[in-house]
Design a protein around this ligand. Structure first.
Ligand SMILES: *[C@@H]1O[C@H](CO)[C@@H](O)[C@H](O)[C@H]1NC(C)=O
Ligand SMILES: *[C@@H]1O[C@H](CO)[C@@H](O)[C@H](O)[C@H]1NC(C)=O
Ligand SMILES: *[C@@H]1O[C@H](CO)[C@@H](O)[C@H](O)[C@H]1NC(C)=O
Ligand SMILES: *[C@@H]1O[C@H](CO)[C@@H](O)[C@H](O)[C@H]1NC(C)=O
Length: 467
């Protein structure tokens, strides 16, 4: 400890003996008659030129909600003080001094758009004064500046934040701010930001003459141009969105029997409108798929749309049934003919059939339970006629006649059952095919929608990925 102190004392002694007295004398001669309020110019009618520069160290925070940009900045002010000049050979070669700013005149340059509690966020460092009168003042500070933040293109957005500096009280005729570097702010020490990419920081000098007063007002405005780094949002926002929407599409490729169809569809229903509508359509598909013949008949429009035209447009095929424009036209024509035939036939033929029934069919025996199921359907009437003619030929078959009728009835019943089962199976298969068609249609439309929406959104952004 002792040797160190001794060394320090020696060092102090040396410096005092070499520089101290001169500097003290110089300070006395400079500051004794110095008035900090005096604007230091040789000619009062000429403005004092202040060179103004800015070094951006760091972007600390971009507060989108409060529209405040927080930066770590060093200001750089350089001017020439007429009263602070000396001949260095008169003062032992002392060429420069460091003087606290409150002992000197200094330009009252402030940031106009400050949002700081103390308004001026600079730390008052010493001013370096040279013997030719030049003063260099570099106060560092944390600046909070207001910034109009536009997040229309989030997360592909650029932000332009102004920092407007000017003398608070002097006009342009008294204090003239000049850009130190025409290119703008000094970015050589800039620490890169994780969220924002710094595009540039141009500076501009503005001279405005207001209508009220003849003197011009000067300000220097630096614009911090930053671009959001998209990679973070790309992986945390866009990729999940794309994945979720593709999930919604995958739902349409699952077979309805797997049971997972609806679960998969409903999982994300609150995230996106598209997912919600996909669920609705999945329900429709399931509904169609599980319809049975004895509850639901198939309306003609569903037949036309889902069994003929849509499959044809979507180029879907069905085992055993070819779907082309020709077959569609043909089946429609056939249906029309059938309808026409039925309506024209009904008057005469139906009456005749009923007559036959009356004449030849014996009253149904009460004992056969099956008879209750058989109505006098038009399909079977023709077959009722045949036994009656047989009876006419055979004449006296007697007791056999009744048995034959019973067998015939059983046969008719079984045939009708089989026919009905066939029709039901066909109708169920029709419904299932309709469900498949709706599924395919949704897959097609939603895929198209997703691709178009994704491409449109991504392409309309001003830029997608920085650099
Ligand atoms: C001061 O400046 C004005 C304008 O530049 C000039 O007209 C005037 O002569 C100058 N005065 C002196 C003493 O130099
Ligand atoms: C400074 O002072 C020295 C000696 O007093 C003199 O020779 C020299 O010319 C002076 N320099 C200026 C710039 O006035
Ligand atoms: C004062 O001197 C410094 C270096 O000694 C020089 O850079 C500066 O330009 C000079 N300023 C004036 C006004 O002469
Ligand atoms: C047939 O049923 C009806 C009503 O159920 C009854 O009145 C009639 O006597 C029954 N005929 C024979 C032959 O059993």
């Amino acid at each position: 400890m002792a040797p160190m102190l001794a060394a320090l004392a020696l060092l102090a002694l040396i410096s005092v003996s070499e520089q101290g007295p001169h500097e003290k004398r110089l300070l006395n001669s400079l500051l004794n008659s110095y008035n900090t309020l005096e604007r230091p110019v040789a000619n009062e009618s000429e403005p004092l030129e202040v060179k103004f520069g800015l070094t951006l160290q760091q972007i600390i925070d971009v507060d989108e909600k409060n529209q405040i940009l927080t930066t770590n900045v060093w200001l750089n002010l350089e001017w020439n003080d007429y009263n602070l000049r000396w001949n260095d050979s008169d003062y032992g070669g002392v060429k420069d001094l460091r003087i606290t700013p409150n002992k000197l005149w200094k330009p009252d340059v402030l940031m106009y758009n400050s949002a700081d509690e103390g308004f001026d966020g600079t730390y008052q460092t010493n001013v370096v004064v040279r013997n030719n009168g030049s003063c260099l003042y570099v106060p560092p500070g944390i600046f909070k500046s207001t910034c109009k933040i536009d997040i229309t293109w989030f997360p592909f957005d650029d932000q332009h934040c102004d920092m407007k500096f000017g003398s608070w009280t002097y006009d342009g005729n008294q204090l003239d701010l000049v850009l130190k570097d025409e290119a703008g702010g000094d970015l050589s020490d800039f620490i890169t930001n994780g969220e924002w990419y710094l595009i540039g920081m141009p500076g501009k000098k503005n001279t405005i003459t207001y209508a009220c007063c003849p003197e011009p007002y000067v300000d220097v405005t630096f614009t911090i141009m930053i671009r959001r780094r998209t990679l973070y949002y790309f992986f945390n926002l866009i990729v999940p969105c794309v994945l979720i929407s593709s999930m919604a599409l995958l739902g349409f490729t699952l077979p309805p029997d797997s049971g997972e169809k609806l679960t998969l569809g409903t999982y994300f229903n609150c995230i996106m409108f598209m997912v919600a509508s996909s669920v609705v359509l999945t329900v429709v598909v399931l509904n169609y798929h599980h319809r049975t013949a004895d509850i639901h008949e198939m309306p003609q429009w569903i037949k036309t749309v889902f069994l003929q035209w849509l499959p044809w447009i979507l180029r879907m095929s069905r085992p055993g049934k070819k779907i082309t424009r020709k077959t569609i036209m043909m089946s429609n024509r056939m249906r029309e003919l059938e309808l026409k035939e039925r309506s024209s036939k009904s008057l005469l033929a139906n009456v005749l059939d009923i007559d036959d029934d009356f004449r030849h069919v014996p009253p149904p025996p009460n004992s056969t339970a099956s008879t209750g199921n058989l109505g006098p359907g038009t399909d079977f009437r023709r077959s009722f006629v045949r036994p009656s003619t047989m009876e006419d030929v055979g004449g006296g078959l007697g007791s056999h006649h009744r048995e034959l009728h019973l067998i015939l009835r059983e046969l008719q019943f079984i045939t009708a059952r089989m026919k009905k089962a066939d029709e039901e199976a066909e109708l169920i298969s029709d419904w299932k095919f309709a469900a498949m068609v709706v599924d395919r249609f949704c897959l097609f439309v939603f895929t198209l929608f997703t691709i178009i929406a994704t491409v449109a959104v991504l392409l309309s952004a001003p830029h997608i990925i920085v650099q």
